[in-house]
Design a protein around this ligand. Sequence first.
Ligand code: AVJ
Length: 322
Amino acid sequence: MSVVQLDVHLTDADAAAALRADVARGLTSEPKVLPPKWFYDARGSELFERITELPEYYPTRTERALLESSVDEIAAASGADTIVELGSGSSAKTRLLLDAFARAGTLRRYVPQDVSEAALRGALDQLTEEYPGLELRGVVGDFTRDLGRLPGGGRRMIAFLGGTIGNLLPAARAQFLAHVRSVLEPGEQLLLGTGLVVAPEVVVPAYDDAAGVTAEFNRNVLHVLNRELGADFEPEAFDHVALWDAENEWIEMRLRAQRAMTVHVRELGLTVRFAEGEELCTEVSAKFRRNGVREMLAGAGFELTRWWADPLDRFGLSLATA
Ligand code: AVJ
């Protein structure tokens, strides 16, 4: 007998309000900026899936292989009975975790959290069939906001994989980790995936692939604004830019206006001017080093207890204890 429950803490109206606020702020700031979370409508999620299969985009397959080779050690070191997965999507990595914690004999409950109710329902339906007896509790929510409403009890391990933490700027990152720490009891854990600092010759092509899928993914945010806010962006009039910021050790994706343009965002009553060559920053994807991860975790009250990296040191998995 399995038990399934779905809690909704994020409605379509909440998401719409957040988009409006982000766009109003981002397109009137200097330089212009949009948060990367708005890439992921149905088309954007599909484009991201295609990115993960590109020869140049190593993070996903590297993390997956690393998880495959380390997941039994992770389960043994953790001993958690509840896996909470943030931004679970339709994740294939989930099965690796669930199977290993089941093999270790500790698994009782899986709590996926995602912004997409549809993705969560689909995942929960499949998991009920595949894991009879596993208690399932889905939470529709935003990982930067709704952690306080995660179910308690048991020995929990929060998994935040994919390197998505790199999308947060340092201040937001510290705030997010402190928030994660604050919802955990002492002894509970965080499993964190981080892209590692690699040569620019390796990382830049991962964000600027030859087939142009990442460029299309980048421009997709403009399609989202056109549809959701009645904007009149011409996505094809923006060039995709990916650059390595060596000082901050992050990749920045930008959209560069090919010519001077005036854009209207009807639903916000907003007129936005772009100069020729002006860039709109759409994503920061920070890369890390082991010591930096340790310090960032310590700053939030976590102790880095175990560390795994792939043989080429391109991706790291941290097990941290609250
Ligand atoms: C899903 C946030 C991990 O930053 O590498 C892929 C998103 N952006 N190509 C990343 C992304 C451009 C990806 N994350």
